[in-house]
Every structure is written in C-alpha cells, then in structure tokens.
Design a protein around this ligand. Structure first.
Ligand code: NDP
Ligand code: MG
Length: 390
C-alpha cells in the first residue's frame, strides 16, 4: 500500500487523480489532501478518501473545514499555510506526491517533496519553469523520482529509452516534438483577438482544465512553459525542441531519432491516462479512460505554429535561451497578466505585451543561485506587471 499526498486536490488534476485512486483502493491510501479556498469540495473529498491530514490556505478556511469535518464525524487533522503544505509533501507516511497546485504557489511544497526524496508526479509545471536546475538538483541529490504528468511530457517520457536519464546524450535522439492543439483561437481572425472574453478563452476545444492553464492554452504560453519544462526534464536545448500544431490532441507528443524513426504516444485527451501511467510506473493500471477509436477519428492534422499569432510562445523560447532567472520572470509576469485578463482588467492581446515589457524591465540574473533570490525575482516581476497593468 502506498501513501499519497495530493497538493491541489480540488483542482482539475486533483479530481482526476482521485478518480484514478478510487479505482485501486488495494494499491493506494491517501495521506493528505490540500486545497486553497474551496473548503466544501475538500470536505467532500475527505469524507470519501479519509486522509490523515487536510491543508487549506488560511486560518479562516481551516476553521470552516474543521467545523464541517466535525459535523461529519471525521478525524482528519486540519492545517493551513505553506509550512503545512511542505510538511505533508515531505511526511514519512507519504510515498507519492501529486504536485497539482497551480502556479508559483506550488514551488515550495513541490520542492519539499523533491527534497524528501519522494516519488514526485509533476503537474505543476510553473514550479519547474521557475526553478530549473535548482529543482533538478534537489531531485537528483535527494534520490527523488520525478515523473511528468503534463500529457506532452508524459508522452515523451514514454517514447524515450528507459535508461534515458542516466546517459541523456547518447541515445540518438534528434528532436523532441511537442504537440499543441492551438487552443480555441487557432483559426480566429487575429484582428478580433483584442475583443475575446475570459469565457471564450477558457473554453478549450479538447481538454477540461483549470482557468489559468486554459488561458495559457489560448495564448499558447502553456506550450511555451512546456518547452521550458521539456528542457529541464529531458536535458534538451531549445534548438532541439519543436512545437507542432495538432488540433485533435490525440498524439500527445513525439520523439524523433537520428535513424528517421519517430515514436509517438496516442490516447484520448483525458488526464487520467498520464496520471495512471505515472502513479503505477513502471507497471500499468486501469485509468477509466475510453480506448482510442482510430477508425472513428479518421484524420489527424498537423501544422507549424504561427509565432505572430502566438507571441507568448516566442517569448518563452526567448526566455529559455536567455536562461538564468528569465523563465521565472516570464512565469511571474504571465501569472499576473492572466489573472488581470480573467478579472477583465486587460484585453487578451495585452497579456503578451505585459510579459514582454516585464522581461525588458527586470534585471535578469544569469543563474538561479538559491530559492530566496528566485523568489525575489518573482516578486520584482510581479510588481512590474502590476505597475504596467495599473
Ligand atoms: P485548478 O485551478 O483546477 O486547481 C488548482 C489547485 O491548486 C486547486 O486545488 C486549488 O485550490 C489549489 N490552489 C490554488 N491556488 C493555491 C495557492 N495559492 N496555494 C495553495 N493551493 C492553491 O488547476 P489545474 O488542476 O488545471 O492545474 C494544476 C497544475 O497542473 C497547473 O500547474 C497546470 O499547469 C498543471 N496542468 C494541468 C493540466 C490539466 O489538464 N488541468 C494539464 C497539465 C498540467 P482551490 O480549489 O481551493 O482553489
Ligand atoms: Mg500539457
């Protein structure tokens, strides 16, 4: 029996993870579930999965949760705040951590899981984008097992040789091909992008996801963050990572080899597949996802990405090439700009403009020396972004 902590249990990835776990009660028990403010949802999850600990964002939320759990007769211990998130991520009762908090808020607890040497299922791409080498060092030094949940990276992981991590540059890998659906605005007239609403931006054609990543998919910043994520996970330089538009989201990504072979992983667009893969790795377990019906699909389309339509993708490649703290600054500016767009304070086309200007203003450091200096860069980038938006 393996103990699991889910950071971000009430989110889209958290709920899909619990759906998979519920199919395998003989393999997994839930040690801790965390949320930020959705107390009622977390209480219902506690009732079903009986974790030892539940963590929320504030003292007030913790009080509300304790009250509900008491009414239900549950004995789950309730905690709040970042230190409690880090504690449940590193707890000895937990073997596996699903890192599914959205954004930079997930950095410290995800790092705590790496530092405690856990089997770490990484959905929270922003944590890796921000901290890069620092994160990979924490994984390696502490003997953690890092498994990608992002569908593209999970696909690439499945298409790489098993011993890839140990000898990264000796496997005849030519290129990593990240597929991208192109989001809801792939074919919409560029002149009209100024007027899109948050509702239109979060309506992804193939995936049901949280609001932030849905907007990232519409700007294609999500793919940009994934290029950076692929760089750190697989040790490939920016020049070896390509983005291919594939509107059906059936091929989740590919690896091309020097002999001309291209390996792909296919499946219905449902996050329970990569979640089940990483949970059971190297075994395979049932995920609840329908098998793929290729004859019904009939066609798979591909195209090159249009960097003029999606300037965020270009900004992300530039940040990766710049290195150091540039990806952290890009990520912070993006988080603020996306929230401002969701709050209807800026238009859709302002998102990339805010990020570009913040990248031009914040003094980028050439290496990420420690978490504190990283958090300081994150803070400065957020301040610049707020100032621009105001
Ligand atoms: P959601 O917005 O659906 O869920 C986010 C989760 O994080 C919720 O449990 C939320 O709690 C919690 N949370 C939010 N803010 C904080 C905070 N400040 N401190 C602690 N916890 C917080 O996001 P998704 O599930 O869509 O995405 C989660 C991560 O996975 C993201 O990094 C995303 O990029 C990545 N990912 C998601 C995919 C998807 O299909 N959804 C695919 C690939 C990657 P509460 O509910 O209380 O607000
Ligand atoms: Mg993805």
């Amino acid at each position: 029996m393996q103990g699991i902590t889910i950071l971000g249990a009430t989110g889209s990835i958290g709920v899909s993870t619990l759906d998979v776990l519920a199919r395998h009660p003989e393999r997994y028990s839930v040690h801790a579930l965390t949320a930020h403010s959705r107390v009622d949802e977390l209480a219902a999850q506690c009732e079903q999965f009986r974790p030892a600990v539940a963590v929320v964002g504030t003292a007030d939320a913790a009080q509300r949760l304790s009250r509900i759990l008491k009414q239900k007769g549950l004995h789950t211990q309730v905690e709040y705040g970042e230190a409690a998130l880090c504690a449940v991520a590193g707890a000895p009762e937990c073997d596996v951590v699903m890192a599914a908090i959205v954004g930079a808020a997930g950095l410290m607890p995800t790092l705590a899981a790496a530092r405690a040497g856990k089997k770490l299922l990484l959905a929270n791409k922003e944590a890796l984008v921000m901290s890069g080498q620092l994160f990979i060092d924490a994984v390696n030094i502490n003997g953690a097992t890092l498994l990608p949940i992002d569908s593209e990276h999970n696909a690439i992981f499945q298409c790489l040789p098993h011993d890839y991590r140990r000898v990264p540059h000796q496997h005849g890998i030519a290129r990593i091909l990240l597929t991208a659906s192109g989001g809801p605005f792939l074919t919409r007239a560029v002149e009209t992008l100024d007027t899109v609403t948050p509702e239109e931006a979060v309506a992804h054609p193939n995936w049901v996801m949280g609001r932030k990543i849905s907007v990232d998919s519409a700007t294609m910043m999500n793919k940009g963050l994934e290029v950076i994520e692929a760089h750190w996970l697989f040790g490939a330089p920016a020049s070896q990572i390509d983005v291919v538009i594939h509107p059906q989201s059936v091929i989740h990504s590919m690896v091309s080899y020097v002999d001309g072979s291209v390996l792909a992983q296919l499946g219905n667009p449902d996050m329970r597949t990569p979640i089940a893969h990483a949970l059971a790795y190297p075994e395979r377990i049932v995920s609840g996802v329908e098998p793929l019906d290729l004859a019904r699909l009939a066609t798979l389309d591909f195209a090159a990405p249009d960097f003029d339509r999606f300037p965020c993708l270009k900004l992300a490649y530039e940040a990766l090439r710049a290195g150091g703290t540039a990806p952290a600054v890009l990520n912070a500016a993006n988080e603020i700009a996306v929230q401002a767009f969701l709050d209807r304070r800026i238009g859709f086309r302002m998102i990339d403009q805010v990020i570009a200007r913040v990248l031009g203003k914040v003094q980028i450091q050439s290496s990420v020396s420690c978490v504190d200096s990283l958090l300081e860069q994150d803070r400065l980038a957020r301040l610049e972004a707020y100032a621009l938006i105001d």
